[in-house]
Design a protein around this ligand. Structure first.
Ligand code: ADP
Ligand code: ADP
Ligand code: ZN
Length: 216
């Protein structure tokens, strides 16, 4: 099956993606994680993307579309995939439709995790990320067992540059201007599924589970 996890920065996409990709038995494809990997390795893509990411701007569409085309053509995506952080603009959504057409697949659903802006600021400003595996924690809402150490892999936790206050504001504005219109695009196609993302992590997970059960 093919799903998109949609929602503003800090909604909980990465947090929910882990169980969801296991449950659906498909790879979790986070464009943010892939871009951060490229920045870390200093690839050509990473060098082009870094300045946009640090400011909280979107990386240009053509770079993202090439990245996703390449990733979705890998053999592990034949059984389906879970996209997290893509598409974020209308041109990206249109490009995804073309890619899906070419491989004779369609989207089973776009799961929109709905969270208000006050809560997003609280989540983003306390977020910590694992340097090794990308797992996402929160200093208050979802703390690791040992301070600054990843439960899953023992890696070191850090705060992303774009989770500092100035960049957070910009990212939320960018979301409203450039990404929110994509919701309407999928609503028209009748594949948008709204989930209340303000609940506790486990409750959101349970709601997504029951939504999947209803679809089956
Ligand atoms: P968050 O989890 O906070 O929503 P991501 O990790 O998904 O953020 O993305 C981090 C940054 O990577 C974005 O602010 C943007 O600069 C870039 N990025 C990720 N996905 C995309 C995309 N689909 N289009 C453009 N830029 C992207
Ligand atoms: P996204 O990938 O959508 O940007 P994350 O999954 O990284 O969001 O979550 C953002 C922050 O909020 C993280 O610090 C995470 O631990 C925390 N978080 C995620 N879901 C919830 C929730 N339902 N309640 C409280 N905090 C949450
Ligand atoms: Zn880790």
């Amino acid at each position: 099956m093919q799903f998109v996890l949609f929602g503003p920065p800090g909604a909980g996409k990465g947090t929910q993606a882990k169980f969801l990709s296991e449950e659906l038995n498909v790879p979790h494809i986070s464009t943010g994680d892939i871009l951060r990997e490229n920045v870390k390795k200093g690839t050509a893509l990473g060098l082009k993307a870094k300045s946009y990411m640090d400011k909280g701007e979107l990386v240009p569409d053509n770079l993202l579309i090439d990245l996703i085309k390449d990733r979705l053509s890998q053999p592990d995506c034949r059984k389906g995939f879970l996209l997290d952080g893509f598409p974020r603009t209308i041109p990206q959504a249109e490009a995804l439709d073309e890619i899906l057409d070419d491989i004779n697949k369609n989207l089973d659903g776009v799961i929109n995790i709905d969270v208000g802006s006050g809560e997003l600021v609280r989540r983003l400003s306390g977020r910590r990320i694992c340097r090794s595996c990308g797992a996402s924690y929160h200093v208050v809402f979802n703390p690791p067992k040992a301070k600054d150490i990843c439960d899953a892999c023992g890696g070191e936790l850090y705060q992303r540059a774009d989770d500092q206050e100035a960049a957070i504001k910009n990212r939320l504005n960018v979301y409203v201007r450039q990404t929110q219109p994509v919701l309407e695009y999928y609503k028209k196609k009748n594949i948008l599924i709204d989930i209340d993302g303000e609940k506790e992590i486990d409750e959101v997970t349970a709601d997504i589970r029951s939504m999947l059960a209803d679809m089956a």
